[in-house]
Unconditional design. Structure first.
Length: 323
């Protein structure tokens, strides 16, 4: 695509679907969103997708020539088939990419949110100008992407770059949603942070967080308590950053990327600890230059889904084999 081209980016979630018109460079010209219906059949869910696409196509005034879609997984990236996502029970083995191609008669690509956001950061965001990029989005989960020379690295079948499911504690007592024990996601993601604080509060430890009903406690409250100097919150946040340091040391030993970019709902908090993590990296990496890898905050924030989905249309992919 040339520099004047635009693409549609569609960001599908469990409760909403957003779409936008994005030009080369990552600038959003228009965006819209609607509630996502997941309790009906597959075509009832598609109605919301069609609505935001049609609204965006009208706003694009005939200039859009392709559609990128970010969808919850698991999915078959090569074929664009949604397999059996827990947040979208309406779609099981659903050929989303083909549905969009057939309806709108234009190319369509489907990928997961971390891959797409990482690609956007490599093309137009914080990592623009770097050849090898490791991207991490920290929030409800821990998603990652590897981008090499502005192309996503998928591995043989598309399952590569699941960095959030690297085991950092094989004796871990908490099972990750993936079924493994000790995944880094199960320790550093938002629900895990809240869970650890909740367990300690219920065990009788003193904290300003004791005033919040345990079931209502979230990582957001933990972060706010840490900012106020709450001792329990500070210990849990520090432990979280220590585990991230161990994990990042492994990433650097395995990949030695040109840059590490961090985004997501907790990405801003992690960025405040970049110096802390870098200072402790030599203990967890055998690379004598581990501290030379730059850590950068992601650029696109809440728009990462829309911009990332559109970025799929601006990249020449080396797609994995269809499973």
């Amino acid at each position: 695509m040339d520099s004047k081209a635009v693409a549609l980016g569609v960001d599908i979630g469990g409760t909403k679907v957003a779409a936008g018109v994005v030009e080369a460079g990552g600038h959003i010209l228009f965006k819209t969103r609607e509630p996502m219906k997941t309790s009906g059949n597959d075509q009832e869910a598609m109605a919301a997708i069609h609505s935001v696409i049609q609204t965006s196509l009208k706003a694009a005034e005939g200039k859009a020539s392709s559609i990128g879609v970010v969808s919850p997984g698991p999915l078959d990236i090569a074929s664009g088939v949604i397999l059996n996502p827990p947040n979208l029970p309406c779609w099981v083995n659903f050929p989303l990419a083909d549905q969009i191609r057939t309806t709108y008669r234009m190319p369509a690509r489907v990928d997961n949110d971390a891959n797409a956001a990482g690609l956007a950061e490599a093309l137009w965001g914080a990592a623009a100008g770097y050849s090898s990029v490791f991207y991490a989005t920290v929030g409800t989960g821990l998603g990652t992407a590897i981008v090499l020379d502005k192309k996503l690295y998928y591995g043989r079948t598309g399952m590569a770059a699941e960095g959030g499911h690297m085991t950092v504690d094989y004796r871990g007592q908490v099972s990750c949603g993936c079924g493994k024990a000790g995944c880094v996601e199960g320790i550093v993601a938002g629900p895990a942070i809240a869970r650890r604080v909740r367990q300690r509060v219920l065990a009788g430890e003193t904290s300003s967080l004791c005033d919040i009903a345990p079931d209502a406690l979230t990582a957001h409250e933990v972060v706010e308590a840490w900012r106020r100097g709450d001792l329990l919150a500070s210990e849990v946040i520090t432990e979280t950053m220590d585990v991230l340091t161990v994990w990042i040391g492994n990433v650097i030993d395995l990949l030695e990327p040109d840059v590490i970019v961090v985004g997501g709902g907790l990405g801003g908090v992690v960025s405040e600890w970049f110096d802390y993590i870098k200072g402790r990296l030599p203990r967890w990496s055998i690379n004598p230059r581990c501290q030379q890898v730059p850590f950068l905050s992601a650029k696109f924030g809440v728009d990462a889904g829309i911009v990332g989905a559109a970025a799929l249309c601006f990249s020449d992919p080396d797609l994995p084999r269809s499973t």
